[in-house]
Ligand binder design. Structure first.
Ligand code: ATP
Ligand code: MG
Length: 219
């Protein structure tokens, strides 16, 4: 494919990164960001031929995260359309071809100045989580149960503060990784998984998880 068709993501446009992906800004856009897989995941694809089964399986493995999230985001957006409410998970706008492979176009969670929003991890580290934010966190927690979001990594780095809307949003760590997606089918199973995930999050973050109330309190 000619290069002119691929979105060029320069290092200066990089906003953030995790262990699996890089997050880039698109020039002239403040509403969305592009997420691409880190190069270590794409190395095995250089010689892969998607016309062969083995090649196609390699492609699917490298992009398993995107495929899993797409399904989960689709389900959440379907619920949002029915409920006419904002979901507790960032919006998904589709895919774009980039020089760094396939890119996910997702809603950019911004702070009051239009910059990239802080995560709950950033806020906890700085010791600047207010009572109101704990309230917003508990609203977010209740929403994950209510929206039947299947999550496997509720790390505070994946929970981002949307300042202008005063709410927390999940940007990563969701989607069903199981071969048999039992948690996606069964709300009670998923609730139990969320209970465990929030308990772990409490232990790591210093926030107290109250199992009966399914809510956090401050230490
Ligand atoms: N839509 C978004 N809006 C604003 N910031 C975001 C968004 N998505 C991600 N971020 C920021 O970028 C960081 C990395 O993104 P993300 O968690 O998606 O990467 P990852 O590699 O999948 O993460 P991990 O290391 O947890 O596997 C997040 O911790 C968050 O601070
Ligand atoms: Mg992450």
């Amino acid at each position: 494919m000619p290069h002119a068709l691929l979105l060029n993501l320069r290092d200066t446009q990089r906003l953030a990164g995790g262990s699996e992906r890089h997050v880039f800004r698109i020039e002239g856009r403040t509403d969305v960001v592009v997420k691409v897989m880190r190069s270590k995941y794409l190395r095995s694809l250089r010689m892969a031929d998607d016309r062969t089964l083995l090649g196609w399986l390699k492609v699917r493995r490298a992009y398993a995260l995107f495929r899993r999230e797409q399904k989960a985001l689709g389900d959440v957006m379907l619920r949002a359309a029915i409920r006419e409410e904002m979901p507790p998970v960032m919006g998904f706008r589709g895919y774009i071809l980039t020089e760094k492979g396939l890119g996910q176009i997702v809603e950019m969670i911004a702070d009051e100045n239009g910059g990239v929003a802080p995560s709950l991890h950033d806020q906890l580290q700085d010791g600047r989580v207010t009572e109101a934010q704990i309230g917003a966190l508990n609203t977010f927690v209740a929403q994950l149960y209510d929206w039947h979001v299947v999550a496997h990594d509720l790390s505070p780095k994946n929970i981002v503060w949307n300042g202008p809307q005063a709410r927390y949003v999940l940007v990563d760590g969701f989607g069903d990784r199981a071969l048999l997606p039992l948690k996606s089918w069964n709300r009670r199973l998923n609730n139990r998984r969320l209970d465990r995930a929030f308990k772990e999050m409490g232990e790591k973050s210093g926030l107290t998880w109250m199992r009966e109330k399914r809510a956090f309190a401050r230490d």
